[in-house]
Design a protein around this ligand. Structure first.
Ligand code: MG
Length: 255
């Protein structure tokens, strides 16, 4: 079921977005060669406690999960691109790290993701990250009342194709509200003018993610982390936004 939020509810959703952005900025500043993924999760967990927020991940236990997620942050390194379960791994020079973080503040969820390189970057990794950012911006620009869900996907897919990348349609954006994942599904490719009509009050996460040379993924033996089928690296950019009469509000915007 697709729920629309009132203007008052949209105002209530802003603090969660601001907090999620703050946590990602703190994690970005901490992420460096020699830092353990578990330290990043611990930092996010401490910030959640200090803020009185509620993790969307720690008890997350969907039908495909072997057990609850148990961490508050997704850390996906190199050929891992989504749902990376933080584990005892020390970041090495040149690692491409994707951080995906969602939590609730005052009962409203926001969800956002960034990718970055620690240490010396490979040019192609920076380009891949930039493509996800450009695709996210294009998707947000298309998230206006009067358009349809397919317009968001078409905008994202066009950026991917321009960069010579394939798009995986298994995992994409989603409705956001009292819980992390709601309707509608927001695929990272689509046909303009098709799908659910975008209306003021619709709150969604838009999250393009791409791999260098494939659109196929498999699940790591940890039961969560999604890795590229061919070992190529991935990047991910995500914001939670509200569609309003006056255009999209990006709840999780960072400076
Ligand atoms: Mg997310």
């Amino acid at each position: 079921m697709i729920e629309l939020r009132t203007p008052a509810q949209i105002e209530e959703m802003r603090p969660a977005g601001r907090f999620v952005a703050e946590v990602l900025t703190a994690l970005e500043q901490k992420a460096a060669v020699g830092v353990n993924l578990l330290e990043l999760d611990a930092l996010a967990h401490q910030m959640i406690r200090d803020r009185g927020a509620e993790s969307c991940y720690i008890d997350y236990h969907p039908s495909f999960g072997a057990s609850p997620f148990g961490k508050v942050l997704c850390t996906s390194v190199n050929d891992a691109v989504l749902h990376g379960l933080p584990h005892d791994y020390v970041l090495a020079d040149g690692d491409l790290l994707s951080l995906d973080f969602a939590c609730a503040v005052d009962g409203w969820v926001s969800d956002s993701a960034i990718s970055l390189v620690v240490g010396t970057p490979r040019t192609e990794d920076l380009a891949l990250i930039e493509t996800t950012r450009v695709a996210l911006a294009a998707g947000i620009d298309a998230a206006v009342a009067g358009n349809r869900i397919g317009d968001i996907g078409a905008a994202i897919g066009a950026v991917a194709r321009e960069a010579g990348l394939k798009v995986n349609l298994q995992f994409g954006g989603h409705g956001v509200g009292r819980t992390m994942h709601g309707d509608p599904h927001v695929p990272n490719d689509g046909r303009a003018g098709r799908g659910f009509p975008l209306k003021p009050g619709l709150v969604i996460a838009i999250e393009p993610w791409f791999l260098h040379t494939t659109d196929e993924i498999y699940t790591d033996p940890d039961g969560w982390t999604l890795r590229s089928a061919d070992g190529s690296r991935g990047a991910h950019s995500e914001h939670t936004i509200a569609i309003t009469e006056d255009g999209p509000i990006v709840f999780t915007a960072r400076d």
